[in-house]
Design a binder for this molecule. Structure first.
Ligand code: TXA
Ligand code: MG
Length: 345
């Protein structure tokens, strides 16, 4: 484990780059979540990622680049809209889908003729991409089925002994995976919501819509990003989201937690700084403050991991329909809850 919490360690970075060039695996921080990196142009290296994560081989990887010029070597055509989005949001938490060039092996794209590309906004990530040859395939650095890692200790919990190195860059800033936009079809579609939302994209390229399969709980609709069809993560204790007006939600959660207590069981509660004091029983964890929604996104995965370590029979979470990241936060939370949502009256 290399510590680069206070900046890029150039000597260690050369070694990390060498591991990538030789086909090894290095976990590294980005602004969204930690990634598990390998040389994206080497099918054998990419295969090691799938093995370490226990990831289904039809779930494609995102190729991370550090310079816009690198895009031309891997994307067949770069639509005008992509140029505009790159200019507005790269480096940053936006992934775009392109038709791939032959340089990108099918082992990286899960057999698809398209490739997902992103330029992360993190000095350690950019330095590693450059030291490693310019193209790093990196999914989130968690075991398949667990929440994405937002700090190096999460990566170590899942990956110790399975990968060549971990670079510790401290806690990530955003905490949810990048927004994915598909520009290969006539109308741009958001395949995965993230920090960069519909409105922000719309200001640059006009109307953009969320993949319909993500809005409805319909098993016949197949999400366009193969990874979005997986349940992803289910906490050990069953999770229920309670939505509604703030006071009604608190009352309902207190009632549900009291029911568990009456049965001699302890429940967990995902609250906010504003609401935590209103819960009298159960294990209460504040995910952040509603006045700064980024704090909610940043702590969500960490809190879900913490509850897996505790003896709780049920977990109840408030809903977080916040203005900018609400769609992304709720997309991840609803998946973790297996679509169990209660409306408090
Ligand atoms: O923020 C992020 O994007 C993080 C950091 C490490 O950069 N990476 C990440 O990767 O979240 P991963 O592998 O956990 O998620 C990649 C998602 C999956 O849902 C996958 O199906 C989708 O991107 N994807 C990748 N290539 C695609 C393609 N060619 N077409 C459609 N979806 C694609
Ligand atoms: Mg992932």
């Amino acid at each position: 484990m290399w510590n680069m919490t206070s900046g890029v360690d150039e000597a260690a970075m050369l070694q990390a780059g060498e591991i990538i060039r030789k086909g090894g695996l290095v976990a590294f921080p980005t602004e969204t979540v930690y990634g598990l990196g390998a040389n994206a142009l080497d099918a054998e290296a990419a295969a090691k990622i799938y093995a370490a994560k226990g990831r289904p081989s039809d779930n494609p990887l995102i190729v991370h680049i550090a310079d816009f010029s690198a895009l031309e070597a891997i994307a067949e055509e770069i639509p005008e809209a992509a140029m505009k989005l790159a200019k507005a949001f790269w480096p940053g938490p936006l992934t775009m889908i392109f038709r791939k060039k032959d340089a990108v092996p099918y082992g990286t794209t899960g057999g698809l003729d398209t490739v997902a590309v992103r330029m992360p906004d993190h000095p350690v990530a950019l330095a590693l991409i450059r030291a490693g040859g310019g193209y790093i395939a990196a999914p989130s650095a968690n075991t398949s089925g667990r929440p994405s890692p937002t700090k190096a200790s999460h990566v170590a919990d899942d990956m110790d002994g399975k990968i060549d190195a971990i670079i510790d860059g401290g806690s990530v800033g955003i905490g949810l995976e990048s927004t994915i936009v598909d520009l290969t079809e006539k109308n741009p579609v958001i395949l995965r919501p993230g920090y960069i939302n519909e409105e922000m994209l719309g200001k640059i390229i006009g109307p953009v819509h969320l993949d319909e399969a993500l809005l409805k709980d319909d098993p016949n609709l197949r999400p366009k990003a193969p990874g979005m069809k997986y349940r992803h993560y289910a906490p050990r204790a069953s999770l229920t989201i309670v939505e509604g007006e703030a006071e009604a939600v608190r009352r309902k959660i207190n009632e549900l937690v009291a029911q568990e207590s009456a049965k001699g069981r302890q429940a967990g509660i995902i609250a906010t700084d504003e609401s935590a004091a209103f819960y009298s029983r159960g294990i209460v964890k504040s995910v952040g403050t509603r006045s700064e929604e980024i704090t909610i996104a940043a702590h969500l995965y960490s809190i879900l991991r913490e509850f897996d370590e505790l003896e709780v029979s049920k977990i109840y979470s408030e809903a977080f329909e916040t203005p900018q990241m609400g769609q992304a936060i709720m997309n991840r939370l609803i998946k973790a809850a297996g679509h169990q949502i209660l409306h408090a009256e």
